[in-house]
Design a binder for this molecule. Structure first.
Ligand code: NAD
Length: 323
């Protein structure tokens, strides 16, 4: 009987599928409210055929070796897989799968929630109201910025980036510019989107910039002080991708110096830590890596991770094998 070690509790929808197949499912219940400890993973993986990991787990060669010779599959409960050493898995003949697609709409919705919230100063206005500062309606009270008709720059026109671009073009009449190594003429035709062949030419043209690239060596600190200087002082930066894509200290400095008007981010450079200076600023909205956190989507992610495991254990190619 195959043994599956799950590093942190996931929605029952997924673990039930695995138990119904007769597999032995071991869940590291201790890590419900915190990340799994290295020792818990090293112990749990021994004798397991499958490791079901989440993005707070750093799946290193050392962890993989502790699972050999039985470990065959690492099923990551996320679309991003920067937490897994893919090269080490390849060298050991261990399959790695992810959960793309099922979270696209939810993350795109969260991205748009952040765009609207930062432009309309929603979080700041909420703090203002709770603090008893609302004494009279005012012609210049908490003035924000329109979203409709503005220019959105999308970095990474993949599944999530293109869905954000769709909402922008169809819902808010925004002009969409994008940069991605792969140009997409069909998308351009359908949404009036314009391809800009490099990020430095794109930034000065945008009122909002939304990041949807994966975390790679080439995208780490893609946003540094130089890049912030290229943006309009009236522009907003949104990040629902991965934290290390932004140099967080440079972001804090740029926001306080007024190089850009605001930012809204769901991800942080050193999660769960947040650069303290950011917490002092009013022109940033921060959410704790919850862009895919709806019950429906988390259930679907659990089911997809389970499907990947079942397909692989039954000798078929799992639908979301990471290349
Ligand atoms: P995807 O693979 O469909 O899209 C990524 C796109 O980025 C691709 O089109 C790729 O060509 C492009 N790209 C790669 N390098 C680039 C670069 N240097 N500059 C510009 N574009 C580049 O992935 P997706 O499903 O849209 O997810 C995107 C990312 O969002 C994931 O990698 C993940 O890190 C992140 N994510 C975050 C959350 C969250 O909870 N905040 C949830 C889901 C996904």
């Amino acid at each position: 009987m195959a043994k599956i070690f799950i590093t942190r509790p996931i929605p029952e929808a997924g673990s039930k599928m695995l138990r119904d197949k007769g597999y032995e499912v071991v869940v590291n219940e201790a890590a419900r409210e915190r990340a799994a400890a290295q020792e818990e993973m090293l112990a749990g993986i021994v004798g397991s055929d499958v490791l079901l990991s989440v993005l707070t787990d750093k799946i290193t060669a050392e962890i993989m070796d502790a699972g050999l010779p039985t470990l065959k599959i690492i099923a990551n409960y996320a679309v991003g897989f920067d937490n897994v050493d893919i090269e080490a898995a390849k060298q050991r003949g261990i399959m790695v799968t992810n959960t793309p697609g099922v979270l696209t709409d939810t993350v795109a919705e969260h991205t748009f929630a952040l765009i609207l919230a930062i432009a309309h100063r929603i979080a700041e206005a909420d703090r203002f109201s709770r603090a008893g500062k609302y004494h009279a309606w005012g012609p210049e009270l908490l003035l924000g910025s329109d979203v409709s008709g503005k220019t959105l720059g999308v970095l990474g026109l993949g599944r999530i980036g293109s869905r954000v671009a769709y909402h922008a073009a169809k819902g808010f009449g925004m002009k969409v510019l994008y940069y991605d190594p792969k140009q997409n003429p069909d998308f351009e035709k359908e949404y009036g989107a314009v391809y800009v062949a490099n990020i430095d030419d794109l930034l000065p043209q945008c009122d909002f910039v939304s990041i949807h690239v994966p975390l790679l060596d080439s995208t780490r600190h893609l946003f540094n002080e130089e890049r912030f200087k290229k943006m309009k002082p009236s522009a907003y930066l949104i990040n629902t991708s991965r934290g290390p894509i932004i140099d967080e200290k440079a972001l804090a400095l740029s926001l306080s110096k007024g190089l850009i008007r605001g930012a809204a981010i769901d991800v942080f450079e050193n999660e769960p830590d947040i650069t303290p200076e950011l917490k002092e600023l009013d022109n940033i909205i921060m959410t704790p890596h919850i862009a895919s956190a709806t019950q429906e989507t988390r259930d679907k992610m659990a089911e997809l991770a389970a499907t990947n495991i079942i397909e692989a254990l039954e000798g078929r190619t799992p639908p979301n094998l990471v290349k």
